[in-house]
Write a protein that binds this ligand. Sequence first.
Ligand code: PEP
Ligand code: MG
Length: 757
Amino acid sequence: MMHHGQTVLVLRRLLARIRDVMASGGNTDGRLARIVAIIAKDMAAEVCSIYIRRAGDVLELFATQGLRAAAVRRTRLRVGEGLIGEIAAKQRPLALSEAQSHPSFAFRPETGEEIYHSLMGVPILRGGRVVGVLAVQNTSARQYTDEEIEALQTVAMVLAEMVASGIPVDQAQLLPAETVTATPTRLEGARLHSGLAFGVAVLHKPRFAIRKIVAEDTRIEHERLRHAVADMHGALDDMLRSTAVGGDGEHRDVLETYRMIAEDVGWLRRIGEAINTGLTAEAAVQKVNDDIHARMSQVSDAYLRERVHDLEDLADRLLQHLIGAEPGSTALPADQDVILVARNLGPAQLLDYQRRRLRGVVLEEGSPNSHVAIVARALDIPIIGQVREAMSRIEHGDQLIVDAEHAQVLVRPSDDIRKLFIKSLKARDERRAAYAAIKDLPAVTLDGVRIGVHINAGLLIDLQHLAESDIDGVGLYRTEVPFMIRPELPDVESQRQIYQKVLEYAGPKPVIFRTLDVGGDKVMPYWPSAQEENPAMGWRAIRVSLDRPAMLRQQLQALIKAAVERDLWLMFPMLTDVSEFRYGRALLDKELARVRGRSGRSPRRVYVGAMLEVPALIYQLPELLGLVDFLSIGTNDLFQFIFASDRGNYQISERYDSLSPVALSILRTILQQCQAARVPVSICGEMAARPLDALALIGIGYRAISMSPPAVGPIKATIRGVRLATLEGYVASLCAGRQRSVREQLRAYALDHGVMF
Ligand code: PEP
Ligand code: MG
């Protein structure tokens, strides 16, 4: 076993020797053989083998020291098969003192490997793809240390660059034995922002050709790193100053947080340490990046994962400064619409690409709350996440259709499909134009009933829609969004500034602020994320606020101060019991008295509402309605609890329908009680954003709905095309039905009556 200093020295010598072999000419096979011999010797292993990935997902033994020479170019394992295949499939190192007792061990008699007990293997990774596997073996039952694994990963990185640049493996040998024609494929993922797009694929991870891996002089590399970091900081500041999105919305916070990560000491120190092992600055950046990615697959905390993505984004940026390449531009076709395909993206990278003709984004990772998704929504770029193996199944330059509506990517679609798609894209554009034409018209039904149309907002950029079209106000302002993208808990004053800006944007229109709804999947960077079995039903929203009253009081104070001399509308989320509302309201009254006492100023009027999201509250409506100024129904949560069906689980999302007689009857009961108690009620869940669902809501009798801004056009068009007199009777009959879903009936109704949806 080697200690740290020793490993660094051994590694440095090893890298220098590999460099010499590479520089020495001779045929490729000979050079490869020498390289494995050197690695085996320096790593004190009896065996060292290199497997290279060939087309068809086969890993072929290309060179070995220690295994039988006859096995070279003969032994093949599929990705996922045997230990070598497992390393490739999982993209993770494996170190076993008793390899043969591992369940995945696949014996290959031609190799003569039965005498070796221990095995350590690492993936040879390039641009997020496995291009091979490097493994060493020992006859003894050796326990490989973490440092040895790291060392082997560094060597693998050097090999990755060699493979990519054609030395010592001839590119021709990487070609598939049989020609694989590129057939159309369909990949599925999760919708992060809806829309349709068409364009050519650009694989992000511009393949930086790192030509020099092993350093001549470590001091010079440290110096180069220092300069590149300084340049990168300068460039980031420039970009922040002139970002294409402009304005001062919270997306700017996303970027500023990112800028802070660029100064992460730990990250820069790790790169420095990698340089100490003998790598060039660029190779060191790449190495640390690969490590981070390998480790990332084990991290479950959403915020940490986000940070890791930001770091990867920065690593790319740093590489650009070190190698002097233009950020991905060489790879981007100048005059074509582009679909960006990436493992993941940082928010700033999206802005970089956005200046070109970016039409859609496909990510292998990505979640609805990821920074890139927030920025994409603000820019209205369709984006699909969780597309498995997108990077290996899509080639640079492939034609792609991004159908975020159905969370699918069509790769190399046939001509027919493409034509159909272009047609529907056109129809969509026409529809958009039609929506644009009515955006200033009121949301009034054919028989003259006005429906309140509000928007759900969380970023300042969302509020622009208020000015751009005839919208009644903000039905739900999710205050947690600014909290989620800041590096620390905003104090009263910075909260006040945010809320005041929101109110200024809104002008005379009402904004309903919802108090913090954190917990569950909404993670704040500075908030300890508790490990909960069922976070959606866990410590979240009002439950957190009531257990941490100081935080809620600060928020209430900020809201009160922001709304001085104006009307203040606010509501509490996830109420389960009336007592929770009473308690929240009592806190509010205290804060109101305090602010008034100190400054003599206060909001003109304060309206306090309850969100109905937990079924238990339905049975307390008689009491609750006597206490509240208004009610807002969050159907996302309400239905997930009524149907016991996780709102974020794509596998069951089609199983229960919000357009079922059960769901509609529940909504009708709630409405009737509100009407009897003369309490205004509205719907702010996603349901209100889907035209057919909205049709049902209006048919039941709801007169105020709130939705994400892009839905305003379609919903208005629906409202303006419907006659309530007939719709109401029809929906009442549907409520009495017994089917699982009445969606198709409603669709038929809309078609028959010429309602646009
Ligand atoms: C809801 O649950 O329907 C809602 C509007 O709140 P959120 O989506 O923020 O949980
Ligand atoms: Mg909710």
